[in-house]
Design a protein around this ligand. Structure first.
Ligand SMILES: [Ca+2]
Ligand SMILES: [Ca+2]
Length: 650
């Protein structure tokens, strides 16, 4: 049972609210209309564009110690200045990240995902301190180990005090046009340590306790025992962590209010932990509320071992209101280039062939390793294999996320057994130990991050396989007349007779090696690829320009070759309902069509539109609905995401 707080309808509160109500009524009967406080920007923008970003994921404690004063923290026994005990804090903090921002910016990083920054339990659980940040004590306070010693919130400071290392980090990031991704956890608080469990605080005030749970903030069903049982996965505990009861509105209000405070401080995006362990309705409500509060926040979730073959993770990616980390592609790359599976690049293409299952495959977050699996370098110490894996995620569809230290070949192989699903935690979280800006991967990332921002084919385009064997992989990305061609070879040196590139004829320069190649009739002929070589050509076509650009994505339309999807509407940009002047969309995959539509005349106005399909030799098929409508923002870039309303034969 969820109890109602007794104070909610106290007479005192009622008295204080009465004059306000009278004032509201008065304002309604006044002749002049009260000024609208509805922010119309909310109507214009559905979500932020994140596809050009290059994300870098940092375990804060293991990156750089920029402030020796805070390292001992509230409990000095949890700190190991020698950095020998892997279960203890090693001193990394937010000042350390600020100190290295120029190193990161120069690497091509445009967004930082940091492990959770919330205040953690200051105790050991199975000989581990909460260095990872997933054992939260107070979602409204910062881990004092990450900010200045005198900025510690328990020293009479609260979340409202906005002059901590966290606020300076946000300021320094934004100054460099970089973004911050806050890692959040809604499923659980903290585990049983020293007889305590699930003690939770609201900006320093205790509000819940697993062992005295009168208000039912937690589920009490014990550990998950059957991972195939969806009810258990959603309601039972993971590794003894106190698991929130999402049916309790007080809990939901607390967690949403906490996250909104962090957004107020300038957070740009959220990475959400353990999304599989809460029902989809919770996430739909959460995302709806968060975006109503801050419309341009980008959100992605961790559905562990999500795959295009797993219906439930696909449903989550399509209907929860957030995209997900692409474990499917990650595992394929780990098999192809980590453990050198004999199927090689076929495994990668097999995953991409399933992209039609996602409504937004170009927004999946791609990666090759993280804090919960062997580092890629532990699977395969060959630096050239790592280079290929990074080049692959930085040029394929999706938004790449690089685990800290990858550019320095950072890895510790203690207990690493070569199993791509293996997890040598905590040894996959070593301290950054060098800052060399001349490594091959540092240089590649810098160039490929530039490519992602310069060429829209990489961030928004379709992906087409052009040559595929287990060892050699050539593909292109295409959007309008922009093209990127990528080739890589994990095997012995080869010469390919002919490869289609869709590039314009003439000389093209590999952006990694600056070597020049000749394209004739759209083909590379007698194309040599050394062992472990990567080649990337970029051709940037004309960019779409307009006062307002609407990025339109349509899902669920089934087309045959020769058929084309267009947008028609009641404004000049959409042909004033003349289908001959409709705006064409680009094919991305069998489920997705996309276009950037420039609006000038109709910027700032209400317009009506619908989709239609051009078919050779037949009359066009229009959507079977009256029309869709939208207010076009007066400037900037916005998105529409629609699903085809099945037409009828005319
Ligand atoms: Ca420190
Ligand atoms: Ca749960």
């Amino acid at each position: 049972m969820v109890s109602t707080p007794p104070s909610q309808f106290s007479s005192e509160q009622y008295k204080t609210s009465k004059p306000q109500a009278e004032e509201e009524i008065e304002s309604l009967v006044r002749e002049e209309k009260p000024e609208s406080d509805i922010d119309l920007e909310f109507l214009y923008t559905r979500d932020i564009e994140f596809r050009q970003e290059t994300i870098y994921f940092i375990v804060v404690d293991r990156f750089y110690d920029g402030d020796l004063e805070n390292s001992e923290g509230p409990n000095p026994e949890l700190y190991d200045p020698e950095r020998k005990n892997w279960g203890l804090y090693w001193g990394g903090d937010l000042q350390g990240i600020i100190d290295k921002l120029d190193y990161l910016k120069n690497l091509g990083v445009t967004a930082l995902w940091l492990t959770p920054l919330f205040e953690q339990v200051e105790d050991l659980f199975v000989e581990q301190a909460a260095i990872h940040g997933y054992w939260t004590k107070d979602f409204k306070r910062i881990n004092p180990r990450f900010i200045g010693k005198d900025e510690n919130p328990s020293l009479n400071q609260t979340q409202d005090t906005r002059d901590t290392a966290f606020d300076r980090l946000i300021e320094e990031l934004h100054k460099r046009n970089m973004k911050l991704v806050l890692d959040i956890v809604c499923n659980h608080s903290n585990p049983d340590f020293s007889g305590k469990k699930g003690e939770l605080y609201d900006d320093g005030v205790k509000i819940a306790d697993y062992n005295e749970d009168d208000n039912h903030w937690y589920h009490h069903y014990g550990e998950v025992t059957d991972w195939e049982d969806e009810w258990q996965v959603q309601n039972c505990e993971l590794a003894g962590l106190a698991t929130f009861n999402e049916n309790n509105i007080e809990y939901r209000n607390y967690i949403k209010a906490a996250i909104k405070q962090w957004l107020d401080r300038g957070v740009d995006a959220l990475r959400v932990d353990t999304v599989k362990h809460m029902p989809i309705w919770f996430w739909q409500e959460f995302n709806s509320d968060i975006r109503a509060y801050k419309p341009d926040v980008f959100i992605f979730g961790e559905w562990i071992y999500a795959s295009p073959h797993d219906d439930r993770s696909v449903e989550f990616a399509n209907y929860s209101g957030m995209t997900i980390l692409d474990f499917g592609l990650c595992m394929a790359i780990r098999h192809a280039l980590g453990t050198w599976d004999e199927s090689g690049f076929h495994l990668v293409q097999d995953v991409l062939n399933e992209d039609y299952r996602y409504n937004g495959a170009t927004e999946l977050i791609t990666f090759i390793d993280n804090h919960d699996m062997h580092r890629f370098g532990s699977l395969n110490p060959d630096p050239d294999a790592l280079r290929m894996a990074i080049a692959l995620i930085m040029t394929s569809r999706g938004i790449p996320c690089i685990y800290y230290g990858t550019e320095q070949y950072l890895h510790d192989d203690t207990n690493a057994d070569g199993n791509p699903y293996g997890n040598n935690d905590p040894y996959n979280r070593p301290m950054m130990d060098q800052w060399d800006t001349d490594t091959a991967i540092y240089q590649d990332m810098r160039l490929l991050s530039g490519l992602r921002r310069l060429n829209p084919a990489v961030s928004m385009g379709s992906q087409w396989q052009k040559y595929l064997t287990p060892d050699v992989y050539c593909y292109i990305r295409r959007y309008r007349d922009s093209v990127v061609f990528v080739a890589m070879n994990r095997g012995e040196s080869v010469t390919l007779d002919a490869v289609e590139t869709e590039l314009p004829d003439g000389e093209h320069t590999d952006i990694l090696s600056r070597q020049k190649y000749e394209v004739k009739d759209g083909q590379l002929t007698e194309f040599p690829l050394d062992s472990k070589q990567i080649v990337v050509f970029s051709h940037v076509g004309e960019r779409v320009k307009g006062q307002t650009i609407v990025r339109v994505q349509l899902n669920g339309v089934e087309t045959q070759p020769g058929e084309m999807v267009v947008v028609i509407g009641d404004c000049p940009e959409l042909g004033n309902w003349d289908i001959a002047k409709a705006y064409p969309l680009e094919y991305i995959n069998t489920n997705t069509w996309f276009a950037e539509i420039p609006f000038n005349e109709s910027a700032g106005k209400l317009i009506h539109y619908k989709y239609a399909m051009w078919r050779e030799g037949q009359s066009p098929l229009r959507e079977n609905l009256v029309s869709r409508r939208w207010v076009i923002a007066s400037e900037g870039t916005v998105k529409w995401r629609d699903t085809w309303a099945a037409g009828r034969e005319s």
